[in-house]
Design a protein around this ligand. Structure first.
Ligand code: HEM
Length: 407
């Protein structure tokens, strides 16, 4: 990477997007925080401080609906977006209605009921590697787990999981507005979308005819007193659950394992006291979050921190930078699970706060408890590991670790 201090302020975000910055974007974020809001060469407004990000996450004058933007750097999501956007890309009142209809069925009890399946799956994935002395945390463990869990929750039969995995990884890239996809990748994403929608339509019909005890059946039944999801809205919601919860969870497991292996003192404390895993995962969400930033559009001029962001501007909320802001967190660059005050931005904030946060925690905590307990003398094979290109959903492409044996 170019020496961070040499980069002019209006080019810093372009450098964040550059794949050479992926292993450690944090010095760039520190430079960006010299001003809470900085305008980039292409007119994007980057917000990098905790206070200002939080204010904007709660500000109704800022929109998640890309159709309302006027900025020329429009996104891949637009190309791949359906006529019916998923609710992550909508504003109130539409957003409130769609989110509420999902939440009535995506209940804490339904998530709690997944516990046993999650634990079994985690152990089965590790048992399958028992003869080996090395594994790729991404391919062998972190990648399969969330797909298996979401398929189970939704009610997708296990034999269809491999197809789901393929569609999910093609589509997840379209969630990153700044990644420049090739024509072939856009085509692949569009094709995956069509196939996934077709598959979900068939599954809807099957569940309408013979309801089961799964989320799909509950949403198809449409017996909600607040109304019913239309067919296109339900399909868009299902597709969102699948892709929003996949790569994020993969990256949280992988970023956690990488961080723990880089901090052997914490690793030892976790082996002795597994309950510490709950705050340790929260600390990873602050320190190495899977979602580094989200993009919004201003609906009107917004004066903030001495700058006026004009109507129609593209705004990047750099969540990962806010969670490292020294004005908000004591010793922010230290990985410290025991810190008292950890209101990180890892799951966002405001109206769009992650609906999958309780499920993600229920998945990632047992996954890491099993990895730390069962892998004997684990160590990183390559540090830093190779990263995926995606700057918004950031995480290693592979994470090879060696160990003496799996207990
Ligand atoms: C929204 C992070 C897991 C479903 C979000 C947002 C973040 C986030 C930062 C806010 C987006 C915004 O403000 O524009 C994460 C992380 C995860 C994770 C770090 C895992 C470690 C999941 C899971 C699911 C899920 C497992 C579903 C099963 C969603 C949905 C939204 C969302 C549907 C949109 C909420 C809305 O617009 O109201 N997530 N997420 N996420 N997440 Fe997650």
């Amino acid at each position: 990477m170019t020496q961070t201090t040499m980069i002019p302020p209006e080019k810093l975000f372009a450098q964040v997007l550059d794949p050479t910055s992926r292993a450690n974007p944090y010095p760039l974020y520190a430079r960006l925080r010299e001003k809470p809001i900085s305008v980039q060469e292409d007119g994007t407004y980057v917000v990098s401080t905790y206070r200002e990000i939080s204010l904007l996450l709660h500000d109704p004058r800022i929109s998640s609906d890309e159709r309302k933007g006027t900025h020329p750097a429009r996104t891949q999501t637009e190309t791949a977006a359906s006529a019916t956007p998923a609710f992550i890309f909508t504003d109130p009142p539409e957003h409130t209605r769609l989110r509420r209809l999902l939440m009535h069925q995506f209940t804490p009890q339904r998530i709690a009921d997944m516990q046993e399946y999650i634990e079994q799956t985690v152990n089965a994935l590790l048992d399958a590697r028992k003869q080996e002395k090395q594994l790729d945390v991404v391919q062998d463990f972190a990648y399969p787990l969330p797909v298996m869990v979401i398929c189970r929750l939704l009610g997708v039969p296990p034999e269809d999981e491999p197809r789901f995995r393929g569609w999910s990884s093609a589509l997840v890239r379209t969630l990153d507005p700044t990644e420049s996809l090739s024509e072939a990748e856009i085509q692949q994403a569009m094709q995956s979308r069509t196939q996934l929608l077709e598959y979900m339509k068939q599954l809807s019909e099957a569940r309408r005819a013979r309801p089961q005890n799964d989320l799909f059946s509950a949403l198809v039944a449409g017996d909600d007193p607040d109304g019913r999801l239309s067919d296109p809205d339900r399909l868009a919601t299902m597709q969102l659950l699948l892709i929003a919860g996949h790569e994020t969870t993969v990256n949280l497991i992988t970023n956690s394992m990488l961080t723990l292996l880089r901090h052997p003192d914490v690793f030892d404390r976790l082996r002795r006291n597994p309950d510490l895993m709950i705050p340790a995962v929260e600390e990873v969400l602050r320190y190495e979050p899977p979602v580094q930033f989200r993009t919004r559009t201003t609906l009107t001029d917004i004066p903030i921190a001495g700058v006026t962001i004009p109507k129609g501007a593209r705004v990047v909320l750099l969540l990962a930078s806010g969670s490292r802001d020294p004005a908000r967190f004591v010793d922010p660059d230290r990985f410290w699970p025991e810190r008292d005050d950890n209101e990180h931005l890892g799951f966002g904030g405001g109206d769009h706060y992650c609906v999958g946060a309780p499920l993600a925690r229920r998945e990632v905590v047992p996954a890491l408890k099993a990895l730390t307990r069962r892998l004997q003398a684990p160590r990183l094979v390559t540090d830093p590991p190779p990263y995926r290109r995606n700057a918004a959903l950031r995480g290693p492409e592979h994470l090879q670790i060696a160990f003496d044996h799996i207990s």
